[in-house]
Design a protein around this ligand. Structure first.
Ligand SMILES: Cc1cc2nc3c(=O)[nH]c(=O)nc-3n(C[C@H](O)[C@H](O)[C@H](O)COP(=O)(O)O)c2cc1C
Length: 181
């Protein structure tokens, strides 16, 4: 069955490791007949949540009308959400954290976002897989709270510079993730 997949990236490096995995995933997902819409959060203007709780009161998801309001309708329509990012300081990069925080607007706005599938593609410099806990655990808990099914995680430690991902099987794993959707 063809599904609507929304991919949200968090790296500012277009030639970087998480983008390479993202590209592999998207190619494989499109080959399987899924439709993919991609948002590169680091190339968009997206701030954090103001916790004003006026979500959808202006007709848009967020009253602070930046580029998140382009992503919100796509999230609402999506069957599958795929988040891709590097680890920054043992955590989620600010560029994509703004998007994740503002998914709050869909919850406060009473939108039905339950039942989606979700996946995570992430990488970091250090060789220790537990460094990726800083993105894995919050994404798993976010998925669970929103009643999304986490269908797959590609977690690749030990990559620092652009191109390092090619010394791992990260892109192959990212392509294989498309088989889980
Ligand atoms: C601001 C910043 C913070 C980082 N913090 C960490 C970290 O805490 N742990 C780690 O292993 N790597 C850290 N890194 C390294 C990146 O995770 C690593 O270079 C990754 O491959 C970048 O992915 P990208 O090429 O997709 O941007 C950091 C990089 C930057 C720029």
């Amino acid at each position: 069955m063809s599904k609507k997949i929304v991919v949200i990236t968090g790296s500012p490096r277009k030639n970087g490791n998480s983008f390479a995995m993202t590209d592999s995933f998207i190619r494989a997902a499109e080959q399987k007949g899924h439709s993919v819409t991609r948002f590169d959060a680091a190339m968009m203007q997206i701030g954090g949540c103001h916790a004003c709780e006026t979500c959808f009161k202006t007709g848009k998801a967020c009253s602070f009308d930046d580029d998140f309001n382009q992503i919100a309708p796509a999230i609402l329509e999506a069957d599958v959400l795929v988040f891709t990012m590097p680890v920054y300081w043992y955590s989620i990069p600010a560029q994509i954290k703004g998007v994740i925080d503002r998914i709050y607007s869909l919850v406060v706005g009473g939108k039905d976002i339950a039942g989606k599938e979700c996946a995570l593609i992430a990488c970091c410099e250090e060789a220790d897989l537990s460094v990726l806990d800083g993105v894995r655990i919050p994404m798993e808990r976010t998925a669970a709270l929103n009643k999304w099914t986490m269908v797959g995680e590609v977690l690749v430690p030990g990559v620092l510079n652009p191109g390092d991902i090619d010394k791992t099987d990260g892109c192959r794993q990212a392509a294989a993730l498309a088989n889980k959707i």
